[in-house]
Design a protein around this ligand. Structure first.
Ligand SMILES: *Cc1c(COP(=O)(O)O)cnc(C)c1O
Length: 354
């Protein structure tokens, strides 16, 4: 049996819920009534608290603001037809959070703290979980160093927090992507596999340059030679070339996505040919020229599947087949949605019922 933690609860005086238009929810702008917070002080997690969502007061020397000793996760809760709350693979996120923590010298978050904190928050803000299929509640756990010290060393004190926001039906528009051969997202031996703040700050400028050329996203290549495909924006990437599903293996420069893992498990279960291996830019460009790329897509929690319609490389653009003809990725999307909303059998045990 896991230990039960004591959570102090301070409820909001008046819920913001009546003012929310669930038919037009912008991503990541509207937060629920409450948030969960815990402190790491004197080598111990303590002060477990749920309180009204609101600003934090931070010392200007707070180490995280300067040196990004900060990690996060992203997952979603769904409402089933029968009104149950289902959280998709929360313990996969938990394990990844602690892998990121280790790399960033952040103390491990105990399972009971993560699980009970999240559960208590989802219970108190349960009415915020949209009931309509397609909509969900995005959950953002994060941990950051709080020492007010601008010397460089691991912080002694931390905050673990969870905030949540309702998100609308995220239909991802198919994207044009550019294969990036100059800038690097993650290097061998670096922090690419960790969900840590600096990775995202570092990707903004190359993405901005690509946007000026008309591409919504980048395909990142290896930091050493820019010869091998790694990820697409903040998603993992997959190609169906002829009748094989190919995706780069993870290693230390690719974020091990949970959507990636779920898609691979479905694909193998359905008897599709799957290869997790190095995939070179040359191979992708050649396959595109020969019309052998049937499908290409990103995988991630926000969109589940984001179809790639066009790939740009060294000034040339390669158009990929129309979205409606993409049998495999459309099937992954549909099946994952059905599982998440409790409409298909959860044979892998992915759903966590509140
Ligand atoms: C979060 C993330 C992903 C996708 O992970 P999921 O667990 O599927 O949401 C992929 N790449 C990067 C860089 C990410 O930050």
């Amino acid at each position: 049996m896991t230990e039960t933690i004591d959570i102090k609860v301070t409820r909001i005086k008046e819920s913001k819920l009546p003012g929310v238009d669930f038919d037009n929810i912008p991503f990541g702008r509207i937060y629920t009534d409450h948030m969960f917070m815990a402190d790491y002080i004197d080598g111990k997690w303590q002060n477990f608290e749920i309180l009204p969502y609101g600003p934090l007061e931070l010392d200007p020397a707070t180490t995280t603001l300067h040196y990004a000793q900060s990690i996060f996760e992203g997952l979603k809760a769904y409402k089933s037809e029968s009104g149950e709350t289902l959280v998709f693979r929360p313990f996969a996120n938990f394990e990844r959070l602690n892998k990121s923590a280790e790399r960033m010298c952040i103390p491990e978050v105990p399972k009971e703290l993560y699980e009970q904190g999240m559960k208590a928050l989802l219970e108190i803000d349960n009415d915020w979980i949209p009931e309509e299929v397609g909509k969900s509640l995005y959950i953002r756990p994060f941990v950051f160093g709080t020492d007010d010290f601008i010397g460089i060393r691991p912080s002694d004190n931390y905050k673990f927090m969870i905030i949540t926001c309702p998100v609308g039906s995220y239909y991802a528009e198919p994207v044009s992507v550019k294969i990036e051969t100059h800038y690097t997202r993650a290097a061998k031996g670096g922090v690419g596999y960790a969900k840590t703040a600096g990775n995202y700050a570092a990707s903004l400028y190359p993405a901005k340059l690509a946007a000026q050329e008309g591409y919504q996203q980048l395909i990142w290549t290896d930091g050493q030679d820019h010869k091998y495909i790694e990820e697409s924006g903040t998603m993992n990437i997959m190609f169906r070339i002829d009748d094989t599903l190919i995706t780069p293996h993870t290693g230390d420069s690719v974020l091990p996505g949970i959507t990636r893992d779920s898609v691979l498990k479905l694909a193998r279960d359905w008897g599709y040919k799957v290869e997790e291996r190095k995939i070179s830019v040359d191979e992708v460009v050649k396959a595109a020229q020969e019309g052998r790329i049937q499908e290409a897509f990103g995988t991630g929690t926000a969109a589940t599947i984001a179809h790639i319609k066009k790939i740009g490389y060294e000034g040339a653009d390669y158009e990929l087949p129309p979205i409606k003809e993409r049998e495999w990725s459309n099937k992954f999307l549909k099946e994952l949605d059905m599982i998440k909303y409790g409409q298909a059998e959860d044979k892998f045990g992915w759903n966590y019922k509140l």
